[in-house]
Every structure is written in structure tokens, then in C-alpha cells.
Design a protein around this ligand. Structure first.
Ligand code: ZN
Ligand code: ZN
Length: 417
């Protein structure tokens, strides 16, 4: 887990600002759910055999012994809230987005932290229309573009449905059976409990084996085939750059049909490639089946905020710091110090940012702070000025000074900045 320090905040601000613009335009409504959820929500929704449920959940017990999970992802929580509050009345389908921290107990490594932040987009309910895939992928893609990330590619695949996936899984297992001895330990377990994840292994020897594995595209049923074809046609319509990746699978059990990940093929100046997905998601029509015994068309995608910021930094993308004060208020003497508080409030009402160093009484020290703040103008408020109801404006570049009546100062500064 990590702190987000002041010097990193401009990146976070930029991501939040871009998110707000995208969700407003594409008409996603915000939802916030608690960090703690009942244990069984994730066991049921993500699947008991998945890595997250088996190894990565933070479980807390309250005083009465009831267990809670610190949410490892957002979709299950959104689905829970959707059902609990009958949100279907808000729209069919309903577009929701969220942002916030998620928690997974993982081996810390580059690009992976135990507390990480996601921005998620979900479309719930309505018809199971293939256009919804594009309506989730498009805002995510635009958001990443808006952050100036370049060479973005969408890898997309279908993992079929309840009818056709079992056939493929059989083929996959048949292929791996004789090769299992050459795979890693994790893959030997995956073969038993979650064979699709065999395709997801990052170990070199397993990647080699994957290269010749049967493609799911040869096994999907005609309905899944038609759906996938439509998905690709809609992506083409808005010219989103995609690559078919027949080995792309996602770690969670609730996905069906479309899965996708978005990468940046950007190389850093020293030739490094960012080899992690910035975003990913998929269709999850079965999630509601698992939760309430009734399927509901749904699709979603998430952006990994830390990864996006890492990619922005690697690509030398500049972000502007928060808007800074152009004026610095200095005081001399107890009376001026006191009245500075009131003066600052007048500037606040006029929406003018003014920096200060009220805790420092030495004028030299205040001068140094003003220099550091990089302001264009300084206001000098001394004993004489308090007595005369005036204040001095100092041009920090030229050093030129001018005395102005106190009641005119806000307007005077407004004219000059
Ligand atoms: Zn199918
Ligand atoms: Zn493996």
C-alpha cells in the first residue's frame, strides 16, 4: 500500500478531471459503494476457484465474528447495489461509473500494489446488444487519449457462452494434457480448476506452450460468433484500433463472450515497453445469474489509475500543477497580521488566489516565501498602511511599488492579473 504524496497529486487531478469530462459526455452516473462487503459476495460472484478469492482477499472480522472483505474489485459491489436498491428503474440499460481504492493481497511487484485505484464503467440491464461493448470501450479509450497516452491498442476476444465454452475447455485440456509436465506449478492447478487461465500465464515456458494452443474462435457457437462479429463492426465504425487476441482471457469467472484489454505500445526513451494493461473488462451476463438466479445483460471495464499514471510518467507527459497564486500577501506588525486574515477572505470572495506566510513575522522570510511561490505581485501591509487604510503593491519583477487604498485593492489586483 502506498501514500499519494503532494508532488504526485497533479497526475491524480488530471486523471480525475479527464474522467469527469468523459462520464459527463457519455452520460454515466456515479455510484459509490463501501470498501467492506460481505465475504460471500465475492466468493459467489468472482468464483471460488479464482486467484482473487483463493489467495488475494483481505478478510476482516468484526467484534461479533462476522467476516468482511475489503473489496478486491468494483463490479460485484455495483451489481450488489443495483439489486439491493432496484436501480433498474433509473434506466434500461443503466450506465454507472465509480472510482476508488481496491485491495488485493498480492506479491508486491512493479505495477501491482495491494491498494490500488480503479475507475470503472458499467452498463447494466436492457438488451444484450453488442453495441454496449463499444459504449464501454469508447469512453475508456477517450479517457486514455485525453491523458495524452499514445499508441493505444485494444486487444479483444470472445470467451463464448455456457453452451460453447465447455467444448473449447475440453479441447484446451486435451492439448495441455501431454504438455502439463512442462508447465509451471500454477498452471498445473489451473488445469484442474480454471483451465481457461492456462492461457493467462506469464511464465516463459507456459507462454511458449500457449502459442500453439487451440483458438477459441474455432469453437464458439453461432450466437456468440454473431455477437462478436457485431462487436468488431461497431469498434470499426468509430475507428477504434483493435487486435484480435484469441488467447485473451480474464481472471474472473463471471465473464462471458467479449473480453478486452487496452495497452499502450509506447516505448520509453531507453527502449522499455510498458507490458501491462492500462484497462480491461468484459461482458458479464452471468454475474446476476449467480447472485439472484436470473441473468441480466451487463458489460463493464476498468482503468488502473496507478498504471495509467506510471505510463504517463514513462511517456514524459506533463501535467500542470494546481492553479497557483499570482499574488503574495506580506505583513509587518501585529495589527497588519490580524487584518490580513480579513483581507484574505475578501480575495477569496473575489475568487483570487493569494499566497501568504502569516506565521512568519520577518519581512525577509516572507520575501523568500514570495520568491519561492513565483508570484508576479506582492502586497505589503505594514503598520503605516494599517493606520492609513492602504496597502502597497509591489511588482516582483521590476521592484516598482505603489500605494493603493485598501478598499480598492481587490479590484486593483483583479485588473492586474
Ligand atoms: Zn456461445
Ligand atoms: Zn504457467
Amino acid at each position: 500500500m502506498h501514500d499519494i504524496l503532494p508532488q504526485d497529486q497533479p497526475w491524480w487531478d488530471k486523471v480525475r478531471k479527464e474522467t469527469r469530462e468523459v462520464v459527463d459526455f457519455y452520460n454515466y452516473l456515479r455510484i459509490d459503494t463501501p470498501i467492506l462487503e460481505p465475504v460471500n459476495l465475492f466468493e459467489r460472484s468472482l468464483g471460488a476457484g479464482t486467484e482473487i478469492v483463493e489467495k488475494q482477499m483481505f478478510v476482516l472480522k468484526d467484534r461479533s465474528g462476522d467476516g468482511f472483505i475489503m473489496r478486491p474489485e468494483g463490479t460485484a459491489s455495483v451489481a450488489r447495489a443495483y439489486l439491493q436498491h432496484g436501480l433498474s428503474h433509473l434506466g434500461q440499460p443503466l450506465k454507472l461509473y465509480y472510482e476508488g481504492p481496491m485491495f488485493r493481497y498480492e506479491r508486491p511487484q512493479a505495477g501491482r500494489q495491494r491498494e490500488f485505484h480503479q475507475i470503472g464503467f458499467e452498463i447494466l440491464g436492457g438488451e444484450s446488444d453488442a453495441i454496449h461493448e463499444t459504449q464501454v470501450i469508447l469512453p475508456i479509450f477517450r479517457l486514455l487519449e485525453g491523458l495524452k497516452l499514445k499508441q493505444l491498442t485494444i486487444r479483444v476476444n470472445t470467451i463464448g457462452c455456457k453452451n460453447c465454452r465447455p467444448t473449447y475447455v475440453q479441447k484446451l485440456k486435451a492439448y495441455y494434457r501431454s504438455r502439463l509436465k512442462n508447465t509451471c506449478k500454477d498452471c498445473q492447478r489451473r488445469y484442474q480448476f480454471n483451465p481457461l487461465r492456462l492461457l493467462d500465464c506469464k511464465e516463459l515456458e507456459c507462454q511458449e506452450i500457449k502459442k500453439s494452443a487451440p483458438s477459441i474462435l474455432d469453437s464458439i457457437c453461432s450466437t456468440c460468433h454473431r455477437h462478436f462479429k457485431e462487436v468488431l463492426e461497431y469498434l470499426e465504425e468509430v475507428k477504434l484500433p483493435y487486435q484480435l487476441d484469441p488467447y485473451l482471457v480474464r481472471g474472473l469467472d463471471y465473464y462471458n463472450r467479449t473480453v478486452f484489454e487496452i495497452f499502450s505500445d509506447f516505448h520509453t526513451p531507453d527502449g522499455q515497453k510498458l507490458d501491462f494493461a492500462l484497462a480491461g473488462g468484459g461482458r458479464y451476463d452471468y454475474l446476476f445469474d449467480v447472485l439472484v438466479g436470473k441473468p441480466l445483460p451487463a458489460i463493464g471495464g476498468t482503468i488502473g489509475v496507478e498504471r495509467v499514471i506510471e505510463a504517463m510518467k514513462a511517456a514524459n507527459i506533463n501535467v500542470l500543477p494546481r492553479s497557483r497564486a499570482k499574488v503574495f500577501l506580506m505583513h509587518m506588525g501585529v495589527q497588519a497580521k490580524k487584518r490580513s486574515l480579513v483581507l484574505l477572505e475578501e480575495f477569496r470572495e473575489a475568487n483570487i488566489l493569494v499566497a501568504e506566510s502569516l506565521g512568519k513575522d520577518s519581512l525577509n522570510a516572507q520575501m523568500r516565501s514570495a520568491d519561492k511561490a513565483g508570484v508576479a505581485l506582492a502586497l505589503i501591509f505594514g503598520q503605516k498602511e494599517v493606520f492609513e487604510d492602504s496597502i502597497i503593491i509591489r511588482d516582483m519583477k521590476t521592484g516598482a511599488q505603489e500605494t493603493v487604498p485598501l478598499k480598492k485593492i481587490v479590484n486593483e489586483i483583479k485588473k492586474r492579473i
